[in-house]
Design a protein around this ligand. Sequence first.
Ligand SMILES: C[S@@+](CC[C@H](N)C(=O)[O-])C[C@H]1O[C@@H](n2cnc3c(N)ncnc32)[C@H](O)[C@@H]1O
Length: 247
Amino acid sequence: MMPNSEHDETVDLTPFEVGREPQYDSFADEYMDQASQGFYNAHYDRPACLDLLGNVVGKRVLDAACGPGLYAEELVHRGASVVGFDQSERMVALSRERVPTGEFRVHHLADPLHWLADESFDLVLFPLALEYVDDRVRALSELRRVLRADGALVLSLQHPTANWISKGGSYFETRVIEETWSKGWRVRYWLSPLETTCDEVNRAGFLIERLIEPRPTAEAALINAEDFERLQTMPGFLAMRLIPRRS
Ligand SMILES: C[S@@+](CC[C@H](N)C(=O)[O-])C[C@H]1O[C@@H](n2cnc3c(N)ncnc32)[C@H](O)[C@@H]1O
């Protein structure tokens, strides 16, 4: 995930096929190189989500939109067993290589998780990917289905306030952005106000147990002092721990 301040928007004349283009596939290796030790993943997002997940020893964890397996590697290291999926074949290959004990599969979040049984996971992890999904209620409902009644789902996303400051327009409008980031990564993602995201998780059958607006770790200051200072006074990402609502 790139910081908003580094985005370099360009006009692209070829529209995405709605929600189906495996957009991270062509830059999966570059993403892995950046995310393994980089500011925004290693020192900002991962510490926050891992903290929200809590103790994973002996837990069965579903890593949804697992990317190159950086979370999965840490979860296995901490004593969990991991099943992961991603729409990108290359991401899945990188995960298999990084975490040989994990089970990884190519799967698009627009499709039902028919290969996973009801209530078969203690925890579901879904970092930095909700904004790429068109039908978020449906995707979250499927993640709810495979989660045990006493389990929890942890997700993170770009903070809507940071997006609004960077993109302008109406904060309250839910809309799609298509842009090319400074490394040439072409992406399509949704901007939504916080109340819409809260409503979507609720409609998918979850209650928000905790919502945090993380600060980068102290080591992040050594990587990028300017972003470190900025993120002391304005949000960049947010993360939530969701629990299944008893109906
Ligand atoms: C910013 S990366 C995050 C990867 C990983 N969760 C992490 O935090 O390191 C976003 C990931 O979401 C995946 N993704 C995007 N849309 C998806 C979809 N509809 N179904 C499954 N995976 C998707 C991308 O392929 C990419 O690996």
